[in-house]
Design a protein around this ligand. Sequence first.
Ligand code: TTP
Ligand code: MG
Length: 412
Amino acid sequence: MNTPCAARVILHLDMDAFYAAVEVREDPSLAGKPLIIGHRGRRGVVSTCSYEARKFGVRSAMPSVTAERICPQAVWLPGRMDLYVRVSREIRRMMEDITPVVEPLSIDEAFLDLTGIARDLEEGRGIARRLKDRIRKEERLTASAGVAPNKFLAKVASDLEKPDGLVVLPLEEVPARLHPLPVERLWGVGPRTAEHLHAASVRTIGDLLKIPQASLERCVGTSAAGHLLSLARGEDDRPVEPGREAKSISEERTYGTDLTDPDDIDRALLERSDGVARELRRCGLVGRTVHIKVRTGDFTTWTRARTLPEPTDLPEAIVAAARGLFSEKIRLRGKGVRLLGVGISALSPEGYLPAKLFPDPAEERARRLAKAADAVRDRFGEEAVKRARLLGRPRGKKDKAPPEASSLPTVD
Ligand code: TTP
Ligand code: MG
């Protein structure tokens, strides 16, 4: 635990209905109307929407057909990534006028470490208010801010009174303000974990502290249980890491039994490429250099990379490069694959995809399908959408990875 003199002051700022708010600023006749950013139609997905549209139940990542049904009067706009990226940079500059210790999390949110600048959380509140005022004045946009002794609480706080909120959340208020929230608000609780926790009667963050630790460990595993308990108590000692913009995204997995069957290896390349592509889309990024990492049973390790003609966020392009690298650059000489990883670097925001004079309809379709699948998986869990290629065989013993061999994507 932090001692009082080491107490930190962390600010989290998140723009309100970001893409939609920028569009309203550009065209004030949209103010007060339900506005949806996204492509209409069967394959479209909602990027975001104005708070007026949220009253009808429209949400980010919702299939456009659902949004059209529940909010037929909404105005739709396709979105202008280049404009949003420009606004995001201006806001980042305002943050950097306060402190160089800014860690951007996405296009519209960041952490600022105010320790040493603000003596306590109340001084942090003053800085947050001035930053919000400056954004309102110079960009004509509203933001919500949270000020707390750590990153987790600051992020929770910024969301408590959205839009245009400013919430200071000291540790003393954790029982009143954090504990009633749904357990899904804890970092690391995705739809699968939430399901297990619900089955153990854990619905709120407070519930998590009430069940015996052994039951929690049975539910989520020992290390995750420790992590969740700390967060539920409002403890989080991760530092704000400036310059932590993603440089690469990768996913690797260690196999309990070495892979020798070319079909199994190919399937693994596809699974890892799929995961990397999905993480790219989740972060709103595209990448250009594909890497593979292969380790054989005798611990020989190769890493090989290839640069694509154009940046991508699609699994098809990534797996094609990964397969090419594997077949051309790796000589297994009869040995099995113990670890296999796929990654991508040379990242840039999705809006920087070169504008094409003749867009490729097949590629556009693949991207829309991939985004729709992302939306379904976000809602119903990882297993809800599987590629036909991955469904092929029943999961045998050799497919099971040891527990430490997580294949969650990592962002460096
Ligand atoms: P968010 O901060 O999650 O959403 P928001 O700013 O629109 O609304 P809120 O007031 O709740 O913060 O995301 C920032 C932007 O990222 C959002 O304006 C659009 C984009 N985005 C997507 O394109 N798809 C998504 O699924 C999400 C969640 C966001
Ligand atoms: Mg936002």
